[in-house]
Ligand binder design. Structure first.
Ligand code: C5P
Length: 218
């Protein structure tokens, strides 16, 4: 990059449980980037739909997202399988995507000064939210490995769910996310494919770091 002081933007898209979140977090920490897991916003909306039906209306959601704090996205309740499945259903809604858009754009293009840039992961980040990202990655892994990883995560969180049920819901989520009309999950031509199936977390991190350093320090 000609201007080494330029802030960097990293866009990552991936199907559920492919390891994109862990990877994005470690990369963001290393390069001091603001990290936003955009799936958490859809999960938060899904959580409202499941638990506070009376609040599930346009006005409430708009206000909630306008005043959204990163802290509220850390809520462990957002991690359940039920919330994930509902998130992939409400994420098909054009209006809901519109509400979430501005928040994502702000994080991507106007991160607080203390950061050297931003890193967002989700389903439509590489082509809709940050089409001009400096780095674009499509992170994936084979279905059974993703289901196994998600199952272990949920077990750690003491959620009562079987591996079979996790596998089934990831399959449904893939179908929803890849085939929907609005903002489907896809690998853009200019995204680098990262298959994490047989890679450790550290190996994934080093793979991305190598790609990023090469461009930053050239
Ligand atoms: O990434 P995560 O699995 O937490 O996302 C939950 C759901 O939110 C996804 O299955 C997807 O349908 C939706 N989502 C989306 N666009 C994004 C991020 C997530 O539609 N940028």
């Amino acid at each position: 990059m000609k201007n080494k002081k330029k802030r960097i933007k990293i866009a990552i898209d991936s199907p559920a449980a492919a390891g994109a979140g862990t990877l994005a977090k470690s990369i963001s920490k290393h390069y001091n980037l603001l990290y936003l897991d955009t799936g958490k916003i859809y999960r938060m909306i899904a959580f409202i739909k499941i638990n506070q039906k009376q609040n599930f209306n346009t006005h409430f959601l708009k206000k909630k997202i306008k005043n959204l704090e990163f802290k509220s996205l850390q809520n462990k309740k957002l991690l359940s399988d039920e919330v994930g499945t509902e998130a992939s259903l409400i994420a098909k809604d054009k209006n809901i995507r519109k509400f979430v858009y501005d928040f994502q754009i702000n994080c991507a293009y106007r991160p607080p000064k203390k950061y050297k840039g931003s890193c967002l992961d989700g389903r439509d980040i590489t082509y809709k939210i940050i089409p001009d990202a400096d780095f674009k990655f499509f992170v994936t892994a084979n279905l059974k490995i993703r289901a196994k990883r998600r199952f272990q995560e949920l077990k750690k969180l003491k959620k009562k769910i079987s591996y079979k049920a996790v596998l089934k819901s990831i399959k449904i989520r893939d179908k929803n996310d890849y085939n929907r009309r609005i903002s489907p999950l896809k690998k853009t031509k200019d995204s680098i494919l990262i298959n994490t199936s047989n890679l450790s977390k550290r190996a994934c991190f080093l793979k991305l770091k190598k790609i990023i350093d090469k461009k930053i320090y050239k």
